[in-house]
Structure formats: C-alpha cells, structure tokens
Design a protein around this ligand. Structure first.
Ligand code: AMP
Ligand code: MG
Length: 345
C-alpha cells in the first residue's frame, strides 16, 4: 500500500501546482450513469474539450453493451450462452476475447485453489435470488460434481472450448464487470483522457486523480445501505467490492446470496464483504469474489502474499480486517482510511 501513500503525496503536489496555475478553470467535469449488465454503470471524467468528454462517455456505454451482449448468460444470443448450450457435445470455436477471459478465469482458479471457479454456475443457475428460489439438497448433490474448472478443455491452437461433462455451465459474473471496466479505461486513455473513474456495480478503476485530489471510493457498511465504513483515497488503481447484500434472500434466518463456494454449491458465509485494491479491475474483481469464498484467514493469507494487492474484509460479525499493506499505511498516514476507525458494531 506504499503505492497509495506515495500517490497521495503526489496528489498533494499536483493540487499545490493547480492552485498556483488554476488548472481547475480549464477542465470540466462530466458524469454519466446507465443500467447495463444488470448493474449501475458510472463514468466520471475531466476534460477541457466537451466533444472528447462526450465521446469518452459514449465509448464506455458502447463497450459495456458490447460485453454484455457477448458474455451475459441471461442473453440467449450471447456467445457465452451458445458455449453453455453446445460445449458438452463438441468443441466450440469462440472469439479470442472470450477464450482469453476464460483462460484468465482458470488462472484465478489455480491461484485460489478452486475458490474462484466459473463452473460454479453448474449449480449456481439453480438459484433465483429475486424469487427466493434455491436448489433442493438432491439437486445440489447432482450438480456439485460438475463444478470443477478442470472440466473445461481449452485448445489454444484451434481456439475452441469443450466441456468434459454434460450439464456444465459457466458464468463470468465474478470477473466480466472488472474486465469491462479495464477495457473502458483503456478506451478513455486512447482518447487522451487523463482523469476519469469508471465503475460497474462494485468494480471501479480510476485514471489519474481528480484534478489534484485523490478520487475517493467508499466501502459500504454491508448491513446499512447508506453507511460507509471506509473511504479510500485513490489514484491510478482499481477497487472491487464483493458483498453478500448484492443479491440475496433469507430463509430460516440463513442468507442465500450470489457468491457460491464451489465445494458446497451453497453461499459462502464467513464474510459480509471483501474489498480488493489492485492495479487492474479484472484482477480486483476476480480476487474480491475469490477472497469472499476463501474466508477471513485464507483470504488474508492469499492477499498478503500477492504483490500490489490490498484488501479490507468485513467478517460475519461486522468487524473490519486489513491486509498487511493497508494496516501499515494506516499506521503511517491516518488519512489513508479516515473513516475506518469507528468500526462497524
Ligand atoms: P462479485 O460481485 O464480483 O463478487 O461477483 C459475484 C458473481 O460472481 C456472482 O453473481 C456470480 O455470477 C459469480 N460467482 C459466484 N460465485 C463464484 C465463484 N465461486 N467463482 C467465480 N464466480 C462466482
Ligand atoms: Mg468480483
């Protein structure tokens, strides 16, 4: 987390320069929100040329729609739906983009010893959180063996993917939003935009800072929608939060939510939320879902051994836990996490 502290002092320097030269006066602030990929998309950017700023917002919205159309399991015509319906019968040729995102997903499965596994959907599709519907014990038992990323057979030479068993399904919901955010950031960079924030639900990434001040992203209280338990000052990083409050229902005092432990096919319940800070949103997205499944001890252990990755975990009692890097940054500079001290409950 030294990075964030370094960037903070850099941000303070830029602010001082701008106060001297009045840079705020030449750039304008643009903000746009839309509902795409089943989530809230938000773009904020600064630019002195209104046409470039508008173009920036347009390319972000287009890119989000493009990824949704190709990778949503809820859209029957998506490339992903086609793969799910055909790949247990024969190898299916997919786009280089889908191939490589599936390959990255498998790398995260390996890194997390299977906590992240896109084949979770083989059982995951049996849940409907809006209708408070979940699989019976028998259904779960039948589908649990299908959850195993080793059942995905990728052939880089032909660009095909095959499922080794009937009934396997994949879902990129734990990584695709972060990937979309990364693509958007790249598109904005190409337009010459040097200060922007793109977010898709809980996955965000920023370019630069907010004209001299860091961008701030709040980590919400998992049990109180409008409360923030930490404010992160950020520049040039990505942040993802996975929480058990996003999509869930309760039955008999048990919360059934959308992050599934591949070992059981049931929701992971050791944590209430996981926030990951890292260099790109594909990584932070996949890791926030992974660490949620891994739980407190194994999750923190993984984060602490990964370079340039930090985390804030809220456990099932509402207590906050920090990765080593954030813990030492908090000790060095209280402004890194100003609102975190009054810990939830
Ligand atoms: P996020 O909000 O990024 O934590 O992603 C949650 C989404 O990831 C869920 O809605 C599922 O689509 C997907 N997901 C759930 N459990 C897993 C898992 N164990 N591995 C990979 N993806 C998962
Ligand atoms: Mg995620």
């Amino acid at each position: 987390m030294r990075n964030i502290v370094d960037r903070l002092s850099l941000a303070a320097g830029i602010l001082a320069l701008q106060l001297l030269f009045g840079a705020d006066a030449i750039a304008e602030w643009y903000k746009h929100q839309a509902d795409i990929m089943g989530t809230r998309i938000s773009v904020e950017l600064f630019h002195h040329d209104a046409a470039v700023a508008r173009q920036g917002i347009e390319v972000v919205i287009e890119e989000m729609h493009r990824i949704d159309a190709g990778m949503s399991p809820y859209i029957a015509s998506s490339e992903l739906s086609h793969l799910n319906s055909e790949a247990s019968r024969r190898p299916i040729k997919v786009s280089a983009e889908l191939f490589s995102l599936i390959r990255r997903s498998i790398e995260f499965s390996e890194l997390t010893h299977g906590a992240f596994d896109i084949t979770f959907a083989s059982a995951g599709y049996l849940y409907d959180y809006r209708q408070a519907k979940r699989p019976t014990a028998r259904q779960l038992q039948e589908s649990i063996d299908l959850i195993n990323y080793h059942n995905l057979v990728l052939d880089p030479a032909s660009g095909t993917i095959r499922y080794s068993r009937e009934g396997i399904r994949i879902d990129l919901g734990g990584i695709a939003k972060g990937y979309a955010v990364d693509n958007c950031i790249e598109l904005l960079r190409k337009l010459g935009i040097r200060s922007a924030l793109v977010s898709a639900g809980g996955d965000s990434r920023v370019i630069g800072d907010r004209w001299g001040r860091p961008w701030t992203i709040g980590v919400r209280d998992p049990r109180k929608e409008n409360n923030v338990v930490a404010l992160l000052p950020l520049a040039d990083v990505a942040v993802s939060t996975s929480g058990d409050y996003e999509r869930y229902f309760e039955e008999g005092g048990i919360r059934y939510h959308h992050i599934i432990d591949p070992k059981s096919g049931d929701s992971a319940r050791e944590l209430q939320s996981v926030t990951i800070i890292g260099p790109d949103a594909t990584t932070t997205d996949a890791l926030s879902t992974s660490v949620f499944v891994l739980g407190l001890a194994r999750g923190l252990h993984l984060v602490n051994r990964l370079p340039n990755i930090d985390a804030i975990l809220v456990d099932r009692f509402g207590t906050m836990h920090y990765s080593d890097g954030l813990e030492s940054a908090r000790n060095m500079d209280s402004s890194v996490n100003p609102s975190a001290e009054p810990v939830v409950r």
